[in-house]
Ligand binder design. Structure first.
Ligand SMILES: C[S@@+](CC[C@H](N)C(=O)[O-])C[C@H]1O[C@@H](n2cnc3c(N)ncnc32)[C@H](O)[C@@H]1O
Length: 294
């Protein structure tokens, strides 16, 4: 699929459309490329700002506290987007952060943002795939992954990678969309997948992926209100953008406002019906076994 960095939700994003999207299946590469293209677009920035997850940097900070981050800790931010969380964690906790994202433009923007924020000595970004990380074994004290695990076609592989790059006794922190039950057709296609909804799972399934990868889950917190607030915000921004386009104050070519509005309303209704939610999960890798204990 051709990469289109301007494609917004509601516009046709490349040629991939629906079809069976199974774990590690033939469409997996297209899902990742499409997800990266959408979140690199100006449209994503318009609707979401720089932080692409419910709860924003406030919830990132809570994750940092739960993972007991501090100076000297090494953190891997998987699917780091434009780097807002990695930069915030370095500023707030003094930790070193490596951010990985599938999107090359996102990596370039994140690198510039870290320089502008004065934390380039602590934060570094690399292009990569969550399901096949280039980082060495046991290299990090903590791994975070915010609002992205739900989009990975092969979630089991990503969970194994989290466990592999964690040092013994290290911790992983996920925050992600949760789904309990079927979604309406408006939330069923590729765009709904990259909007973190179509392949979202019940919180128990996320827990299971981490456990199967050898991690011990320590904390599960519901944060459904953060998703409701983000959707309220997105719907308000959509209305404002549509008005500005009609008044010819801004140009947003190829945006299907009807589809974007329908998806946002369907998602808000699904949160109201407790089908969609948001959760924070932390898990630890087993501590090292000392020779005398072996
Ligand atoms: C909803 S955004 C979240 C970004 C960031 N974590 C945040 O909260 O601001 C999802 C991100 O996942 C990235 N992504 C999707 N699939 C990926 C993969 N297989 N490996 C690495 N990044 C991926 C996308 O490029 C996008 O930046």
């Amino acid at each position: 699929m051709e990469r289109d960095t301007t494609a917004p939700p509601g516009a046709a994003v490349g040629a991939v459309d629906g079809g069976p999207l199974v774990d590690g299946g033939p469409d997996a590469g297209a899902v990742k490329a499409c997800c990266a293209a959408v979140y690199q677009s100006d449209w994503a920035r318009l609707l979401l700002g720089d932080s692409f997850h419910p709860g924003g940097l406030g919830l990132t900070e809570r994750l940092g506290q739960a993972l007991e981050l501090g100076a000297g800790r090494r953190v891997l931010d998987v699917a780091a987007g434009k780097g807002a969380s990695a930069i915030h964690l370095a500023q707030r906790f003094g930790c070193e952060v490596v951010g990985v994202d599938y999107g090359g433009d996102a990596i370039r923007e994140a690198t510039s943002a870290a320089e502008r924020a004065g934390v380039a000595h602590l934060v570094h970004f690399e292009q990569g795939d969550a399901e096949r990380l280039a980082q060495p074994d046991a290299a990090f004290d903590a791994v975070i992954c915010e609002c992205a695990f739900c989009t990975f076609p092969d979630k089991a592989a990503a969970a194994r990678e989290f466990a592999r790059v964690l040092r013994p006794g290290g911790r992983v922190g996920l925050s992600d969309i949760t789904r309990n039950g079927p979604l309406p057709p408006a939330l069923d296609g590729l765009l709904a997948w990259v909007a973190c909804v179509a392949d979202a799972r019940p919180v128990a399934e996320y827990v299971r992926y981490l456990e199967v990868a050898g991690l011990m889950v320590e904390r599960v917190e519901p944060h459904d209100e953060a998703l409701s607030a983000l959707l309220r915000d997105v719907r308000a921004k959509l209305m404002a953008a549509e008005l500005l386009v009609k008044l010819r104050k801004i140009a947003l070519p190829a945006v299907d406002f009807d589809q974007a509005r329908t998806m946002a309303r369907a998602a808000a209704d699904a949160v109201g019906a407790e089908v969609l939610g948001y959760a924070l999960i932390t898990a630890a890798s087993a501590p090292a076994v000392r020779p005398s204990e072996a």
